[in-house]
Design a protein around this ligand. Structure first.
Ligand code: ZN
Length: 137
C-alpha cells in the first residue's frame, strides 16, 4: 500500500477495545498536531516504509504485532516519536488546513480509517475536499 500524501503510523497495543480507543485518540492528536494524515496500525498489514513517521505509544511492547512494527520503525532512519514528544513539540491546529479559517470546528476527520489533518465543518462537508486532501502536500 502506498500513499499519495505523508501519513503517520500510530503503533501500540490494539488488542482490546479500550487500548484501540486510546490509540485512535492518539492518531487524532497526531493528525491534528502534525497536520498530516494518521492511521492506527492494526495487525501487521503495514509496511513502515510507506509512512512519513511513527508515533510509538508506550503500549507497543504489549502487542506482538505492534512490537514487530515498532522494531522495524526504529531500524529505519525515520521519524519515531513518543506521545509525550508529540504533545510537547507540536501545538494543536486551530485553523482549517483546507480553507485556512480559524474555526472551533476545525479537527481531523476519519475517512476510511485514516484521520485527515484538521479541517472545518464546511470543508469537511464538501466532498471535493476529500479529493483535494488526498493530494495535499
Ligand atoms: Zn475550512
Amino acid at each position: 500500500m502506498t500513499h499519495a500524501t505523508p501519513v503517520v503510523l500510530v503503533i501500540g497495543n490494539t488488542s482490546t477495545a479500550d487500548t484501540l480507543s486510546d490509540l485512535t485518540a492518539l492518531a487524532f492528536d497526531a493528525a491534528d498536531r502534525l497536520r498530516l494524515h494518521a492511521v492506527v496500525a492494526v495487525g501487521m498489514e503495514h509496511n513502515v516504509d510507506d509512512y512519513a513517521g511513527v508515533v510509538l505509544d508506550p503500549s507497543w511492547l504489549d502487542s506482538t504485532s505492534a512490537a514487530v512494527l515498532g522494531a522495524e520503525a526504529m531500524e529505519r532512519d525515520m521519524c519515531v516519536m513518543t506521545p509525550e514528544e508529540l504533545h510537547a513539540t507540536f501545538e494543536p491546529t486551530r485553523a482549517c488546513t483546507h480553507c485556512g479559517a480559524v474555526r472551533p470546528s476545525a479537527r481531523p476527520r476519519l475517512i476510511g480509517g485514516t484521520w485527515t489533518p484538521s479541517v472545518c465543518g464546511g470543508c469537511a462537508q464538501a466532498s471535493a475536499v476529500h479529493r483535494s486532501l488526498a493530494h495535499a502536500a
